[in-house]
Write a protein that binds this ligand. Structure first.
Ligand code: HGY
Ligand code: MN
Ligand code: MN
Length: 403
């Protein structure tokens, strides 16, 4: 069994979700903290110098900590009911690549070579505090630190509180130019979250770009009431407007080439079987290569939501929670990756990644590893052992070539 499959095997029971299937590993949950400890132990076993920075990003140094280093990593948090590979594959492949480099006698930080650092970014999925790639946004200053501190999870706990509980001083959260200067180039290896590599019959691809994407929250307010004593004509039921928003998201996006719109999360309040909801909160994820089209899609859905709410005697508000423009990766680094991985196709990503947040600040790139189901953010996400083995070798080849 390869190092990658044995590393992933060692964490295969951490954060299993019996209700949803797959894994639920929200940032700073017991499961994600276990994964952090696992990573730190594996890094220390490899004599890497480990530290957690003021934004909760874990750095494991192979060679002296220095500016302009080569950095590779991913994340360990998951979506609710997610797969085993989204995040942990990149982290495990990075650990296995360290073994590979050592076996090849490659010594980062010596003989004129740059140092190598492995990183784990917190809250990449934004599943607990709502903002995707929160850790890399904090590092780069792409999110206001006060806004980050005040983000709340479903139980009303703030990111500041959870950070403090895990040894991260809330007042220290925020842009970290010294940390950013440590990264000369960033490379993230990630499971492919679609069917591209299946259709191309290739084990690895080099990333070309990341599709622009954002998250918007709709709050529909009506009149909470009794399901039995309230006649149909007397209702202002926010669930009715919410249902029409879900349908309009599908209709509007389906009519717009290349657009994607999803409502994956909808919360009636109070949420009783025999209760007409007083309020419904739902979250819309919209993606398109052209940011102006994304905005137009959201606006159209919002317009239809206002009509649906008015027809039901309800009101609706819309808040943008996060947005990332379509991001092209550094062409020079992309060319290097293609040179070091002859024959690897270039694949654009419909999924967001920390590498995409870093890309406007420094040369960043990604490698995608084949997923035979083409399914992700679901327990059916998969990577064949042979491709997992190959991931470590491909990453080591690229790191050796870039060092
Ligand atoms: O949502 C995304 O695109 C990524 O998986 N965080
Ligand atoms: Mn991911
Ligand atoms: Mn993901």
């Amino acid at each position: 069994m390869s190092t990658v499959t044995s590393l992933l095997g060692a964490i295969s029971d951490v954060g299993r979700d019996a209700k949803r299937g797959g894994y639920s590993r929200p940032v700073y949950s017991a499961a994600e903290l276990d994964l952090r400890s696992w990573f730190i132990a594996e890094a220390e076993r490899r004599q890497l110098e480990v530290q957690t920075d003021r934004n909760g990003i874990i750095w494991a140094w192979y060679g002296p900590e220095q500016d302009g280093s080569l950095v590779t990593g991913s994340h360990l948090d998951s979506v609710p009911g997610g797969g085993a590979f989204d995040g942990p594959l990149g982290v495990s492949a990075a650990l296995a690549a360290v073994d590979e480099l050592r076996a090849r006698g490659v010594q980062p930080g010596q003989h004129g070579k740059r140092s190598l650092a492995l990183t784990v970014f917190p809250e990449e999925e934004g599943s607990r505090f709502g903002i995707a790639c929160l850790g890399s946004r904090l590092l780069t200053g792409a999110i206001d630190a006060d806004r980050a501190r005040s983000l709340k999870d479903a139980e009303g706990k703030s990111f500041a509180e959870l950070s403090a509980r895990n040894g991260i001083a809330p007042e220290q959260l925020g842009a970290d130019p010294e940390g950013l200067a440590r990264i000369g180039q960033f490379l993230e290896l990630h499971v492919e979250q679609g069917r591209g590599l299946i259709d191309m019959a290739a084990p690895v691809a080099v990333a070309g770009s990341i599709l622009g994407h954002g998250r918007w929250k709709f709050t529909i307010s009506g009149q909470g009431n009794h399901a039995g004593t309230t006649l149909m004509a007397d209702r202002a039921d926010p669930m009715i407007a919410a249902a029409q928003i879900v349908l309009s998201a599908r209709k509007v996006a389906a009519a717009q080439n290349d657009a994607r719109a999803t409502v994956g999360r909808l919360q009636p309040i109070p949420g009783g079987t025999n209760v007409i909801a007083s309020r419904v909160e739902l979250w819309l994820d919209v993606r398109h290569p052209d940011d102006a089209v994304t905005a137009a899609v959201v606006q159209k859905i919002h317009g239809q939501a206002q009509i649906a709410a008015a027809n039901e005697g309800c009101t609706v508000t819309l808040t943008e929670e996060s947005f990332s423009s379509t991001t092209g990766f550094d062409s020079g680094l992309q060319a290097e990756l293609q040179r070091l991985l002859p024959g690897a196709p270039v694949l654009d990503s419909g999924a967001g990644h920390d590498a995409g947040i870093l890309a406007p600040y420094l040369p960043a790139g990604m490698l995608f590893i084949r997923n035979p189901t083409g399914i992700s953010h679901s327990p059916e996400e998969a990577v064949e052992d042979s491709d997992a083995d190959y991931a470590a070798v491909a990453l080591a080849d690229v790191l050796e070539g870039l060092l």
